[in-house]
Write a protein that binds this ligand. Structure first.
Ligand code: ZN
Length: 236
């Protein structure tokens, strides 16, 4: 279990490095291999501060079963998506700033860069039932239904949710989604995109352009740069 907790912690630090932290909000989780619930970042800490001791086991009902930290209120995002998706080993929820801004303009996400092809076609899924916190099992189930069998959804007025077979995949999917939204907003600000991948090109690219694992390893190496003790983000 130590390796899994460490992987969740590294995922948190990568998201912090990628500017997806919202002070102490946002979380990464991994399915407990013993079926007790999810190993999840503890509350009250920023992504960049997380070590493996700050990853706690949260039961399907939100009880902390192992670990010393407090659990996030929005744990149903994780428990319900993991419950609904037998193929998902990890879930990420952040308040990714470019994605939040992009969701507000209600434009289709265009695959105008490599990253976009991971999410469209069809257009990115959007959860619009509420922009409030996901505090209940019912809302968690509704969010999971929006994600369906896909890898991500925008959460209007709130953030993003992603999932993947393992922690590196779910975390890198969050990184790629934020970058795809940023590219769309930049193009929009410059007069609007005029060209992007056809559905055929996008689907072909999806198969081979990105290896989440290679990108994860690169970002993990950057975190491990011996700039300060404890793998915190190096000074800008
Ligand atoms: Zn949230």
């Amino acid at each position: 279990m130590d390796a899994l907790r460490e992987q969740v912690a590294v995922g948190c630090r990568i998201l912090g490095f990628e500017d997806q932290g919202d002070f102490v909000w946002g979380h990464v989780s991994a399915r407990d291999p013993e079926g007790r619930g999810v190993w999840m970042k503890a509350s009250g800490l920023g992504f960049d501060e997380i070590g493996s001791d700050d990853v706690i086991l949260v039961s399907w009902d939100g009880e902390v079963l192992e670990g010393a930290g407090r659990r996030h209120l929005e744990y149903p995002i994780h428990t319900e998506l993991i419950r609904a998706r037998p193929d998902a080993g990890s879930v990420v929820h952040t308040h990714a700033p470019w994605a939040v801004a992009f969701a507000s303009i209600e434009q289709p996400l265009r695959p105008l860069s490599h990253e976009g092809t991971l999410f469209v076609p069809p257009d990115i899924a959007r959860f619009t039932k509420t922009g409030d916190l996901i505090l209940t099992r019912e809302l968690g189930e509704a969010l999971a239904a929006t994600v369906g069998d896909r890898n991500a959804a925008l959460m209007a007025h709130h953030g993003i949710v992603t999932c993947g077979e393992d922690v590196p995949t779910a975390v890198m999917t969050a990184v790629f989604l934020e970058r795809a939204c940023r590219a769309n907003l930049r193009a929009g600000a410059a007069g609007g995109p005029k060209t992007w991948s056809s559905d055929e090109e996008a689907l072909a690219k999806r198969e081979h352009v990105y290896s989440p694992r290679m990108a994860w390893d690169y970002l993990a190496r950057r975190l491990d740069a011996p700039t300060r003790e404890g793998n915190v983000r190096p000074p800008a």
